[in-house]
Design a protein around this ligand. Structure first.
Ligand SMILES: [Zn+2]
Length: 340
């Protein structure tokens, strides 16, 4: 699996090149006569010189990060031709093949359209729903069945190692799916071991299962779902509703807060208009923004402050740069300061 603009592509370079070759052929463009995998790279007929018709393939793409003699690192996915000396990214090459001179913008869209079905936990601000606007999203009332939930009820060491306590695992019904099958758009199946997080609405019905792969940073939830505030149902079960609630981006950060004895909800992103409405309605006095201390997190903080207005006290949890709540020990967490 490799990434484009920080997003995972559910295919390897060989599949991408093969698909590219066949789609170009459908458009009457015949290139990539030869494509063959060699250790750490794939060699193919260069599209940049001789009108893409060279006889011996002299262009290559790296499939792993390669360290060269001078210590420079050539990133996986770098295209390099030994004959014409062209160096570019895969997405730039795809753009070029389709006759676009757009610094890889078309190539990126092409990769997303053909191979992308997943989302990274730390890249929530990126909207992967390319069909948005064409169809209306409908909140489904088909809850996940108790039978399915029961099939995930195992405690995997991964989640305990992430500082989440067993009480919290129980309360949120966090589980484990040993064989989650993801299909890329070209039909290839990927089998992943995942931690499962039932996402419930205020009535306790499970709207969908969010999953975190235990072997990569892959985070997944079903396509087209409307994300509620994660934790809204669990808060309603408390004997006394908390006076203040921390708002986190990720589920793991939210569960870390609970494990450290503070109440929290997660946005699974940096907030949607629906979630801000839900935040406004929470029967608490104060909201503490615990979004990640980066550009996307800061935009989310500003947006929430703007739309919550004066209906609640809103403060910022000041998290050290480059960290998120789950990175912190309980002591570090307890010592975090709040700002306005
Ligand atoms: Zn070339």
């Amino acid at each position: 699996m490799f990434t484009v603009s920080g997003m995972p592509i559910l295919a390897d370079e060989m599949e991408v090149l093969t698909e590219l070759k066949s789609q170009l052929a459908l458009n009457g463009i015949y290139m990539f006569k030869s494509i063959k995998p060699i250790t750490n790279h794939i060699q193919f007929s260069c599209p940049f010189h001789k009108d893409g018709q060279e006889s011996k393939p002299s262009c290559g793409i790296t499939t792993v990060d390669v360290k060269t003699g001078d210590g420079h690192i050539t990133k996986a996915g770098t295209v390099h031709c030994f004959t014409c000396q062209r160096v570019c990214s895969l997405e730039e090459m795809i753009s070029y093949c389709f006759g676009k001179n757009d610094f890889g913008a078309f190539g990126t869209q092409w990769l997303k359209k053909n191979f992308l079905t997943v989302q990274y936990e730390n890249r929530q601000e990126i909207d992967l729903d390319l069909d948005r606007g064409k169809k209306k999203e409908v909140r489904t009332k088909n809850y996940v069945s108790e039978e399915e939930l029961d099939s995930y009820r195992y405690v995997h060491p991964y989640i305990l190692n992430r500082k989440i306590t067993e009480d919290v695992i129980d309360f949120f019904d966090v589980g484990y799916d040993r064989d989650f099958v993801l299909k890329s758009k070209n039909g290839k199946e990927y089998h992943l071991e995942c931690i499962t997080f039932p996402v419930r609405d205020i009535t306790g019905g499970t709207l969908f299962i969010a999953r975190r792969c235990i072997t990569s940073k892959l985070f997944h939830y079903p396509h087209g779902v409307i994300k509620p505030l994660y934790g809204i149902y669990e808060l309603s079960l408390l004997e006394k509703y908390p006076d203040e609630i921390i708002v986190c981006e990720s589920i793991i950060n939210c569960l870390t807060c609970w494990s450290y004895g503070k109440y929290a909800v997660a946005l699974n992103g940096t907030s949607t208009p629906e979630q801000i409405q839900e935040l406004k309605k929470l029967p608490c006095r104060k909201i503490i923004l615990g979004l990640d201390p980066d550009a996307a997190g800061n935009r989310g903080r500003e947006k929430i402050k703007k739309y919550i207005g004066n209906s609640k006290i809103v403060t910022d949890l000041i998290i050290p740069e480059g960290k998120d709540i789950n990175d912190l020990t309980k002591e570090e967490f307890d010592n975090l300061k709040e700002g306005l």
